[in-house]
Design a binder for this molecule. Structure first.
Ligand SMILES: Cc1cc2nc3c(=O)[nH]c(=O)nc-3n(C[C@H](O)[C@H](O)[C@H](O)COP(=O)(O)O)c2cc1C
Length: 324
């Protein structure tokens, strides 16, 4: 097994916590790092001051490596977070950039000594990221919880295409909630995985207990997409509030009405305050395998155990298949 991801990031297992708006706080990031993965503090959903606080919390709870995630969204003033990242650079070893063109920012971030991971959802963007000086590619399929690329490519199609077109280590993201899926991603060329949804249903996550329980109770049919009518792809858990949004989208509701439904506060009140009837929460497609609220350490151990089991199973199966 190539070890570029674990060696470059200084972690034991090739499992990275994806940046998660509102949910990706310091305590969860530290728990992931302490369990042998790479914890990541999100800027999304946190003011610059709260982001600094969360980084401080994370770095007091772990002495291991930490990362931060910055979405470079058109309508998001992400530059406000760069001075804090610079100020806290001794506590951070990596950064992931998503949602926009990372190239103008990579030299500055590498100068701070950070490993730069770029989240992409097409071969073209992976090539641009490599040309721009990225250290690692996070290949995110449309199975992922949260905001995805409008091309809506699945991980199964995207991952082998991206690994064939970059020399950088590739980390797979989207719907990977168990070690068997992790093994599948490695078979398609990944050298690590990025996980979001599975870490929400953990003891250490700041998500409201109603959100965690909803993930445990949901089936594979319970995620859906909102915001397609305005060119977005936001994968969320299906509930009555989400059905209301989809109805409004179908009847071409005004931008103002839609904004009232889809803004980040609607996400926060459901995800953190537990008002699930008044808002929406993100979820990836892998929820079938989220069957309990466990500790982050138990979750990561289970990924690794099942990853190795899957390898043994495939070896057996290969013996039953002839080549010609
Ligand atoms: C609650 C939640 C919030 C997210 N917020 C962000 C974000 O702020 N920035 C980002 O790059 N990705 C975000 N994502 C995507 C994750 O970083 C990750 O790539 C994705 O969750 C992987 O798919 P999975 O949820 O099926 O594991 C979010 C995902 C979830 C579930």
């Amino acid at each position: 097994m190539k070890k570029r991801v674990t060696e470059q990031l200084g972690i034991r297992y090739p499992i990275i916590e994806g940046g998660m708006a509102h949910v990706g706080d310091g305590r969860l990031a530290a728990a992931v790092t302490n369990a042998g993965g790479l914890g990541q503090v999100a800027v999304s959903g946190f003011s610059p001051e709260r982001f600094r606080e969360q980084l401080q919390i994370a770095s007091t709870l772990t002495s291991g490596p930490l990362s931060v995630n910055v979405p470079l969204g058109k309508f998001f003033d992400y530059e406000r977070y760069f001075p804090i990242i610079e100020e806290m650079k001794d506590h951070i070893s990596a950064i992931s950039l998503s949602s926009g063109d990372p190239r103008p920012h990579i030299p500055f971030l590498k100068n701070l000594g950070l490993t730069v991971m770029v989240v992409v959802a097409s071969v073209k963007h992976a090539i641009h990221a490599e040309e721009g000086g990225a250290d690692m590619i996070v290949c995110e399929g449309v199975e992922a919880g949260g905001r995805n690329s409008p091309q809506e490519l699945t991980l199964f199609s995207l991952l082998p295409a991206i690994t064939a077109n970059t020399s950088l280590p590739v980390i797979a993201a989207g719907g990977i909630t168990n070690g068997k899926a992790m093994f599948g991603a490695f078979s398609l060329g990944a050298e690590g995985i990025q996980v979001g949804t599975r870490f929400i249903a953990t003891k250490e996550s700041p998500a409201h207990p109603f959100y965690k329980r909803a993930l445990v109770e949901a089936s594979d049919e319970d995620t859906t997409i909102i915001e397609r009518s305005i060119g977005g792809v936001n994968r969320v858990l299906l509930n009555d509030f989400v059905k209301k949004i989809q109805t409004a989208e179908k009847r071409n509701a005004s931008d103002i009405e839609l904004f009232n439904y889809i803004n980040g506060q609607r996400n926060r009140i459901a995800a953190i305050d537990g008002k699930m009837d008044d808002g929406w929460v993100h979820s990836g497609q892998g929820i079938h395998f989220i069957t309990e609220i466990a500790s982050v350490d138990q979750v990561i151990r289970k990924y690794m155990e099942d990853f190795h089991k899957a390898y043994e199973e495939v070896k057996q199966k290969m013996n039953t298949v002839s080549i010609l």
